[in-house]
Ligand binder design. Structure first.
Ligand SMILES: [Zn+2]
Length: 276
């Protein structure tokens, strides 16, 4: 891990995280350029045109499918031969994290939190509480900047700054070496950069789009439908782009999600306990 004094930490190109919409726009433009180029050469070089279109489609799929293996393997499921599943929470800690921790404590459930370094610096006491209550902590990068167009140095700085913030909040050993990319979006260099930092990339089985605040009942319904043996459920205890936004629906849904798991004979565990 580099220290907080790392002179490259504050390079200007790090200061503006790339958002989801900018990333998608860029990829669409790149795909359009591939298509135009392929069309232009299709008459003379039909095979090359087809290969270019196939490669372009594959790159788009690899970027946006969180479990796609093309840019490196990403676990998205635990073993299906045992009655365990995992709740995971991204983007926090934030204003709703204490309510989510209260609900998990009342249910006797441990989960995994993929923490943003920026949020750990804002809410160190919540990071300590997450650790103290037996939950697992992973890294979600520092400021939710999307990695698709970034080189390995940028990925490394996101990881190292987050490790520094979590360690400052909760001490060495609080952070497990697992990393979940913002939105699960990856570029060609992401996997190798994450591995070289000593981390494993982690995906998820099902998202229930609690980030759209659909109401607690809907979050429970979707989670109930998603929960199966080995499932890694993606939830959010905060908002990656709006640090002060609450996740009241998610907090209110926890008892219903835990009851649904129990009804299905599933024990909810951390990713470490799930064995991924
Ligand atoms: Zn996120």
């Amino acid at each position: 891990m580099t220290s907080a004094h790392d002179p490259v930490t504050h390079r200007s190109d790090d200061s503006i995280p790339m958002t989801r919409s900018r990333t998608i726009r860029r990829v669409v433009l790149a795909e359009a350029a591939v298509l135009i180029g392929a069309t232009a050469i299709a008459g003379r070089h039909p095979r090359a045109a087809l290969a270019a279109i196939a490669a372009g489609s594959m790159a788009g799929w690899a970027t946006f499918r969180p479990g796609s293996p093309i840019y490196g393997p990403v676990p998205s499921h635990g073993p299906t031969d045992a009655p365990f599943a995992a709740l995971t929470f991204d983007d926090g800690p934030g204003p709703s994290t204490p309510a989510i921790l209260d609900a998990l404590r009342d249910e006797g459930v441990r989960a995994t939190f993929f923490i943003l370094g920026r949020q750990a610096a804002r809410h160190p006491e919540m990071v300590r509480r997450i650790r103290d209550e037996g939950h697992q902590i992973g890294s979600h990068g520092y400021d939710h900047g999307i990695l698709v167009w970034r080189g390995p140095g940028y990925v490394r700085r996101q990881i190292d700054r987050t490790a520094d913030a979590i360690t400052a909040a909760a001490g060495p050993g609080a952070l497990s070496p697992i990393f979940r990319a913002p939105h699960g979006f990856r570029g060609p260099t992401t996997w190798a950069a994450v591995r070289s930092a000593g981390y494993r990339l982690m995906g998820w089985s099902k998202g229930v789009f609690d980030s759209a605040n659909p109401g607690a009942d809907v979050v429970v319904q979707r989670s109930t439908a998603a929960l199966t043996r080995g499932c890694i459920l993606l939830l959010h205890d905060a908002d990656g782009w709006a640090p002060d936004a609450p996740r009241d629906d998610t907090a209110a849904a926890i008892p219903g999600i835990c009851a649904a798991a129990r009804d299905q004979g599933l024990e909810l565990v951390t990713l470490n306990e799930l064995g991924v």
